[in-house]
Design a protein around this ligand. Sequence first.
Ligand code: GLU
Length: 436
Amino acid sequence: MTVITRFAPSPTGNLHVGNVRTALHNWLWARKHGGRFLLRIDDTDRERSKEDYVEAIRTDLAWLGLDVDGEERQSARFALYDEAFARLKAAGRVYACYETPEELDIRRKVLLSRGLPPVYERQPEGAPVPEGRAPHWRFRLDHDAPIAWTDLIRGPQHFEPKTLSDPVVRRADGSWLYLLPSVIDDIAMGISHVVRGEDHVSNTAAQIQMFAALGAEPPEFAHEALLVGTEGKLSKRLGALGMADWRAAGIEPIALAALLARLGTSDPVEPVTTLDPLIAGIDFARFGRAPARFDEGELALLNQKILHHTPYAAVAPRLPAAIDEARWIAIRPNLATVAEAADWVAVFDGPFAPPAPDAADRPVLAAAAAAAPAIDWSADPWHALTGAAKAATGAKGRALFLPLRRALTGRDHGPDMGELLPLIARDEAIARLSTA
Ligand code: GLU
């Protein structure tokens, strides 16, 4: 079987972490099986769909490294839907309905007040057609065909068709609801696996009968537990944060992918630097049914961890020219974002004014300044410098290292000085020790 997955966003807004997680899982699954990953733009809603969002979706997928093997648009496929609709109508699987939303609402309330499930009640054959009302259309569920599938995440699923309402598939103005076009496309595009949120589970029940009514085998399904924020649900704020916001916050796409690939599974989140290990590791059987908690703090920490072993080549185009490979390797354990690398340029090359030292630290600095000109900078200048200052003043430990670190870098913490000092221009270093 050729694995073909699809990510099917409606272009009515920016992708948030929840959508991107679904896209990622579809992509990983296709790549793991040497299959194809399609982007299907679900733009049947002409009012709310915007071209800017389509463009943003493409940009976001590219930023994440999720290359697509094809792009389709539902708005270009209406002829196909009309044709399938005509077939289903001829077979009696879609039928005209005339109730207004108000009438349906009243029926629902009556049923509920009698303690009955609010399932749509079909009108008897030959019921009078209200005058001047255009019909909308429902799919007739086959009540004699119990619905079952083995979900790759949720396990065996069963639905009694009688407990479901015949879903509306087309509005009175001829526009399409999501359910039927999605099935028509999944068949036409040979989709082998539908991976989406568990909010679609009952849609899947109805759609399984649509596949059968259109003479096709249903694909495999994997319904993921929903993504929630640390407070319990995907908050408005988190839901509103798009990829551009994460990018602006200095989050690397691989950090987002590494987290979203593993959230909700029993596997640990790993600080990977490429998507390859995530491809190898995707396995729907590892996903649980409990909501997956997305923690922004965890993402920031993971981002930092990943930078610690991100190779120079992966970030070079985004670094200031002064940060070469050796400098990158020295500073990366201290960065929370790539952009922070710019803060180190002055530490390496100046201009840099060392902070005024505490009086107690002056002897160490004076001794280091006196010894520095004779030190071979190409060997191990830090060792030589601290050795000389220690011999001259008797200072050791923190009292020795901290004043030197401060004078040379302006900070109390930072990269290993043994690694850093040879990368600071010699004259610069000597000047800092002397003026401090
Ligand atoms: N456009 C639908 C959505 O965004 C697609 C669901 C599906 O994957 O079938 O919910």
